[in-house]
Design a protein around this ligand. Structure first.
Ligand code: PHE
Ligand code: ZN
Length: 860
């Protein structure tokens, strides 16, 4: 009896991993692009490793011929079924020659080789991670098969740019075809097929160079459309900064003579670390002051660094199988976060990283799509490029780094690179290298295996005679269905004690909570202190400590750790809005503490001041609610508190705003801080109905020196429905009509507007500039709209949203499934919304067929 229903998509399990029977030594690819198809000829030199057949993967390919050691194979020699081609009776060594035809022109899934753009503005690019290479040709498309690639590209001369991994060895005209040319590239590094890339296009290039610490001269090239080439300087500088940073901090230098980045307007994700030839979503590489907000520009630098860092953590040492995805992603995110922390205030960096983690990862971990950082099974690996794998994965590496301290962590990473360079490895291998100075590090393996966010609760008792403070902490993790009962994890809790009178720190210690309950005693404590826990967010847990509101206000004033100052404001907000820790607080203490802190801080550190005014979005607040969630009530309460803050400081906004005058554009942490705070103050002033605030907004828009100022003003005008906002929206469109990324902003500010309706979204979806084939454009409307839960969770809103998923299910299942994740927590809704949402999701299930979307709907 089969134990799965016949139509359930089949699961792949970590425990079933086996080594491939054959290795590939070399691959020669010959890719010829024609008007409406491409022909791909490949030659694979394969060598037996263990007993068994050759297993090749292939999808959406038209097989023309296949020969082995010169003999044409027939269906007697091989079998083809469901994306797989198995060749029987293979000798020790085999040379396979395979010819296939593919159709990049109709590839809307944006995996494999696809055409981007439209009309006479087209280009061809590849996306192979995780399993796109099998849409280019038959191949053992798995990350533990490493090979040397040589690639010949041939195309019409309309596409002068022909790029592939490695070094250019030859280029020229095609005999007998005067309109065609070719280029041959050779990559000297052994790599898995998911790191293959090629580009056939008509692009301009920004060129630079970098000399590595090992003395290698590297040619740096950033390719973009000619209209965008003036927006490549930020990315180029970030690349050089990242190359240097990796040499200084990890002793890792670049290993090829050439590093190329290509900007592509149609891309499912942010960017891709293909060996020596990164492919980037335009949104994640292009940046200029006039067209790009500071937040975006900052993330451009982080993503450039992220992809560069993959060269060592991902490419030279890669993953044995896709279950180990966090091996490269968690470590690389940790590395890019550390890089970014060196480019601005490290407190603000930590605040932003933790805010993202809490808003998205905690909510994923609390819902039906919860999975371990290293999953144990999947139907579709594309569904596991999640915030759990990436961001929680990075938190684990951070805990290890902090536990070891900088010197031992560096010893561990040196050992990791020394031992595993050139190999495809596992999380266990990573931990074993990192534990050379401290074998306790191996205990962190449970963090990779166990889903759910641990909740750390605690209290303190002070003994004035003994002069001791005892802190009791315990940990609890919810039991996620389908997994073993949760075990206690090693949780580092960075702690400081503050003297109540002077506000000075009297003790500082890293507590390691690795049992269910533990007590920690501090000696020689002269009077009962205020305890600050989890400083810099030393572990990805939820914290419940028996604070009084006054303790939190005290810490806002006296903490020296900027991250924890922000954290206490968030705890206060939680107590007000969500009865955090079972406490229902009145807003008074919070408002008073803000009123005292803000004027001083805004002069000292404007960016941090802007963050202290954060009140989590309605969407984020919802993620902390597990039952009877009422979106209307949460929004009302959230907006109510925001208004109270605005009113409390009403008399100060004008002065604050005027103390932050617009200056000519500069890309420094300080200037960015001033712009960020000015936008927050402007919105607060409008919320408090400060007399001239509407004029400030208009002037800020009209006199803006950069997009942060202009878009900040526009967004505020739209959200406050100011008279004339329409005129400004129209002006914005006019000014930036030719720039797709700015028009994405124009779509998103409307779709995310406070007063958006499903009808307004529908009209955006049918606007002449809307394009279903450009994921950035789809997200600019659909994801933006989903940030308004009161509209999303209505019958009409959901009907529209599920309609979008249905529409994309076939054309671009990766995108469809990612958009769908927003609905994962439908079951926390209060009735009657819950029932209504359930019915719509059941309906959706009947109308979709991709395994991506079906897997995301499994729990419905
Ligand atoms: N590996 C890419 C990154 O994190 C992300 C990615 C995954 C891009 C899958 C495309 C497809 O840097
Ligand atoms: Zn990555």
């Amino acid at each position: 009896m089969p134990d799965v229903p016949p139509h359930a998509p089949s699961k792949i399990n970590l425990k079933d991993y086996t080594k491939p029977s054959f290795d590939v030594d070399t691959v020669h690819l010959d890719i010829k692009l024609f008007e409406d198809y491409a022909q791909v000829d490949s030659t694979l030199e394969m060598v037996r490793q263990t007993a068994g057949d050759i297993v090749l993967f292939g999808e959406s390919l038209e097989l023309l011929t296949i020969t082995m050691n010169g003999k044409v194979l027939t269906t007697e020699d091989y079998q083809q079924e469901a994306g797989k081609l198995t060749i029987y009776n293979v000798p020790e060594r085999a040379t396979l020659d395979i010819q296939v035809r593919i159709c990049p022109q109709t590839n809307t899934a944006l995996e494999g080789l696809y055409m981007a753009g439209s009309g006479d503005d087209t280009m061809f690019v590849t996306q192979c991670e995780p399993e796109g290479f099998r849409k280019i040709t038959f191949y053992p498309d798995r990350p533990d098969v490493l090979a040397i690639f040589t690639t010949r590209l041939e195309a019409d001369k309309r596409y002068p740019t022909l790029l592939a991994n490695g070094n250019l060895v030859e280029a020229g005209e095609v005999a007998d075809a005067p309109d065609r040319h070719y280029a041959i590239w050779h990559d000297p590094t052994n790599k898995p097929s998911y790191l293959f890339a090629c580009v056939v296009a008509d692009l301009d290039v920004l060129t630079d160079s970098y000399t590595t610490s090992e003395g290698r001269e590297v040619l740096l090239e950033l390719y973009a459309k000619s209209a965008d080439i003036d927006k490549c300087d930020v990315g180029m500088q970030a690349l050089k900064d990242a190359m240097k940073w990796d040499e200084v901090n990890y002793g890792r230098a670049y290993d090829l003579d050439r590093y190329m980045i290509v900007a592509v307007s149609q891309f499912n994700m942010g960017a891709m670390e293909n060996k020596g030839l990164n492919i980037f979503n335009t949104a994640c590489v292009l940046s200029s002051p006039e067209t790009t907000t500071d937040a975006r520009s900052f993330s451009v630098k982080a993503i450039i660094a992220h992809e560069y860092f993959h060269n060592w953590t991902g490419n030279r040492i890669t993953c044995r199988d896709w279950f180990q995805l966090c091996l490269k992603e968690g470590f690389t995110v940790y590395r890019d976060q550390s890089f970014s922390a060196d480019q601005q205030s490290s407190a603000v960096q930590r605040i932003d990283d933790v805010a993202t983690l809490r808003a998205h990862q905690f909510s994923e971990d609390a819902g039906p799509l919860a999975h371990p950082v290293r999953p144990e099974s999947f139907v579709e690996i594309n569904n596991f490029y999640t915030t759990t794998v990436y961001e929680k994965g990075a938190e684990i590496v951070r805990m290890i780094a902090n536990t070891l301290g900088p010197d031992d962590f560096r010893k561990g990473t040196d050992e990791y690179f020394r031992r595993y360079d050139g190999q495809a490895v596992t999380v266990e291998d990573f931990l074993s290298a990192l534990s050379i100075t401290d074998d306790k590090i191996e205990n962190f393996i449970d963090w990779y295996r166990q889903p759910g966010t641990p909740v750390v609760s605690g209290s303190q008792t002070y003994d004035s005679t003994a002069q001791t403070l005892t802190i009791t902490l315990n940990q609890q993790t919810r039991h996620v269905k389908g997994f073993d009962a949760p075990k206690p994890l090693p949780i580092p809790v960075a702690t400081a004690l503050f003297d109540k009178d002077s506000g000075a720190i009297v003790a500082e210690r890293m507590l390691l909570l690795d049992e269910a309950t533990q007590t920690f005693v501090f000696e020689n404590v002269a009077s009962e202190p205020v305890v600050s826990l989890l400083r810099d967010f030393s572990a990805p847990v939820q914290l419940n400590y028996d604070y009084q509101d006054a303790d939190l206000a005290f810490l806002l004033k006296h903490e020296t750790n900027g991250f924890n100052r922000w954290q206490v404001t968030q705890m206060l907000v939680n107590r007000i809005l969500l009865q955090g820790q079972g406490v229902k607080s009145s807003p008074d203490v919070y408002l008073e503490a803000l009123a005292q802190t803000l004027p001083v801080l805004s002069a000292d550190d404007a960016m941090l001041a802007a963050r202290l005014l954060d009140i989590p979005s309605a969407q984020e607040l919802a993620s902390a609610i597990s039952k009877d969630y009422d979106p209307v009530l949460v929004k009302e309460q959230r907006d109510g508190l925001y208004k109270q803050v605005a009113d409390k400081l009403k008399d100060q906004w004008a002065e604050l705003y005027n103390n932050l005058p617009m200056q000519s554009y500069e890309d420094s942490a300080e200037a960015r801080g001033i712009r960020a705070l000015r936008n927050v103050v402007l919105d607060m002033a409008l919320t408090a109905n400060v007399d001239d605030a509407a004029d400030w907004a208009k002037q800020q828009y009209d006199n803006a020196s950069c997009m942060t100022e202009r878009f900040g003003a526009l967004k505020t005008m739209v959200n406050h429905q100011l008279a004339g906002a329409d005129k400004y929206l129209a002006d914005f469109y006019e000014r930036f009509q030719a720039n797709d990324l700015v028009i994405d902003l124009w779509f998103s500010v409307q779709a995310a507007a406070d007063d958006v309706t499903p009808d307004m979204v529908k009209s955006l979806l049918t606007h002449t500039d809307f394009d279903w084939n450009t994921p950035n454009r789809v997200r600019s409307v659909v994801s933006a709209f989903s940030s308004q839960p009161t509209v999303l969770w209505t019958a009409e809103g959901l009907e529209m949203y599920t309609g979008v998923i249905q529409k994309l299910d076939d054309a671009n299942p990766v995108l469809a499934s990612r958009l769908l994740q927003v609905l994962a927590r439908w079951n926390t809704l209060a009735e009657p919304r819950r029932q209504m949402a359930h019915e719509q999701l059941v309906d959706l299930q009947k109308n979709v067929s991709s395994k991506h979307v079906l897997e995301s709907l499994e729990s419905v």
